[in-house]
Design a protein around this ligand. Structure first.
Ligand code: ATP
Ligand code: MG
Length: 440
């Protein structure tokens, strides 16, 4: 049947596509995502981290105050808009920490001590899309709020390492650094500005604009032409006092005792303003220039900055797309959810009984797909078997009229060479259902 008889009368609707840099995750991919999420969920529970789900939209001010005005995210990457109905300035969240901190303050979660929490979900940044860099991407984050010691920094790093182990991820390295405390940064800042003033010739426009408002950000540049200059800049590490160094040493000792290899990268400053003391990144060489799979650090001043009662905190976020890409790159096997059975129905008249049996099978835990009629009706046995094969199911259930009359269904193995075949009683589904299920 054709609806558009006359092309001149009814214009064909324009084809709609997803927004640039925002991806559909289709069934062929989603099993990998579900597997990753299941591993994360289980591991977080073992580390006593509790799940938190915050809204995707927040007041723009939260990110301006939380992330810092002179940062890539706030200057150029946020999806901000005005709510047409009430004029509020809103933003699609570009990261999860600010929201989690806002929720912690709003609900007074620290009233009885520190909290360990985790989240996952989509984040939005208006960046140039490329491999490992999208405009909607997904982060999984873990945060420990209300704890000051390096033992918690270490716990979070060990949590990430445990996750890599479960995911079969190898070929990563851990880079750590300390950003010290505000007073130490102040002294470094003065030295850094003096240094930058002597290297104006190699600095790009963005760096010149930031060198007084946020000179540390200049060190976070991705401009290759500036790397040599950045490498020679005064190191924040050389400005740290005793307490900051002791915190850093405390972390290193725990990592050593747990066999976690690390290296200090004195140029690691992180792209967000809120960090102090420990910062770290897990980096791989297998993903090209988007090699950071997980990043985080301590942010002891953020809670107060967002309007809460001062409390220390530390956390990390991983990029799910990059982690999944690395898993693919390493060729790790991920269990695909296989079908246990495919229901072959020679005559549509049997459908009521077929569906009733499938309900019982599903209640018993069997994954079963029923054959559905096409434009030509149910189709021949041969074409139904073809579909059963293509479905990947391990068994075919044949609901033939003769069998049904005797209260039976034929179960045929589609995977064993012999194609073993036997009849089972419809009245005793629960007894034979387990035989259909895969061992896992
Ligand atoms: P980058 O330096 O790659 O821009 P970032 O410092 O901006 O990263 P964070 O804000 O620390 O990133 O986010 C934590 C993690 O989230 C990153 O290490 C990365 O794995 C992932 N991530 C960040 N931005 C994107 C993006 N646009 N697309 C996909 N993943 C991203
Ligand atoms: Mg970035």
């Amino acid at each position: 049947m054709r609806l558009n008889h006359n092309e001149n009368q009814v214009a064909k609707p324009e084809k709609l596509c997803a927004v640039k840099g925002m991806n559909d995750i289709l069934p062929a991919e989603s099993a990998r995502w579900e597997w990753l999420e299941a591993q994360v969920r289980d591991l977080m529970a073992r580390f006593a981290y509790r799940n938190v789900r915050t809204p995707i939209v927040e007041h723009t001010q939260l990110f301006v105050r939380g992330i810092g005005e002179v940062t890539d995210i706030v200057e150029k990457e946020m999806y901000s808009f005005e709510d047409k109905l009430n004029g509020e300035q809103l933003t699609l969240r570009p990261e999860g920490t600010a929201s989690l901190v806002r929720a912690t303050i709003e609900h007074n979660l620290l009233y009885d001590g520190g909290k360990r929490m985790w989240y996952m979900g989509p984040m939005f940044r208006h960046e140039r899309p490329q491999r490992g860099r999208y405009r909607q991407f997904h982060q999984i984050g873990a945060e420990a709020l209300g704890f000051a010691g390096p033992d918690v920094d270490a716990e979070l790093i060990l949590l990430a390492v445990a996750l890599w182990k479960r995911l079969g991820l190898t070929q990563w390295r851990l880079e750590i650094n300390s950003l010290g405390q505000p007073e130490e940064r102040q002294a470094h800042r003065t030295a850094l500005i003096a240094y930058l003033e002597q290297h104006l010739d190699v600095m790009d426009e963005e760096a010149r604009r930031r060198m007084y408002s946020n000179p540390l950000r200049v060190l976070d540049t991705k401009n290759p032409a500036m790397q040599a200059m950045v490498n020679g800049a005064p190191r924040l590490l050389d400005f740290l006092g005793e307490a900051s160094l002791a915190h850093f040493d405390g972390l290193k000792k725990i990592l050593d005792a747990n066999g976690v290899p690390w290296s200090v990268n004195p140029r690691l400053v992180r792209g967000l303003d809120y960090y102090n003391l420990t910062v770290f990144e897990f980096v791989t060489d297998l993903l090209g220039s988007q090699g950071t799979i997980c990043a985080g650090g301590r942010y002891d001043y953020l809670i107060e900055q967002v309007g809460g009662k001062s409390a220390p905190a530390v956390g990390w976020a991983l990029g799910a797309e990059r982690v999944l890409e690395l898993i693919k790159e390493l060729g790790t096997d991920i269990p695909e959810p296989a079908l246990d059975a495919y229901a072959i129905v020679p005559d549509a008249a049997a459908m009521p009984q077929v569906l009733a049996t499938l309900t019982q099978l599903r209640e018993a835990g069997v994954r079963v797909q029923m054959h559905t009629a096409g434009s030509e009706g149910m189709g021949s046995m041969k074409s139904q078997f073809k579909k059963a094969d293509a479905s990947g199911a391990r068994h075919a259930l044949i609901f033939g009229a003769d069998e049904l009359q005797q209260g039976m269904v034929t179960v045929k193995s589609l995977r064993d060479g012999e194609g073993l075949q036997q009849q089972q009683a419809l009245a005793q589904v629960a007894q034979w259902a387990p035989n259909l299920q895969s061992a896992s």
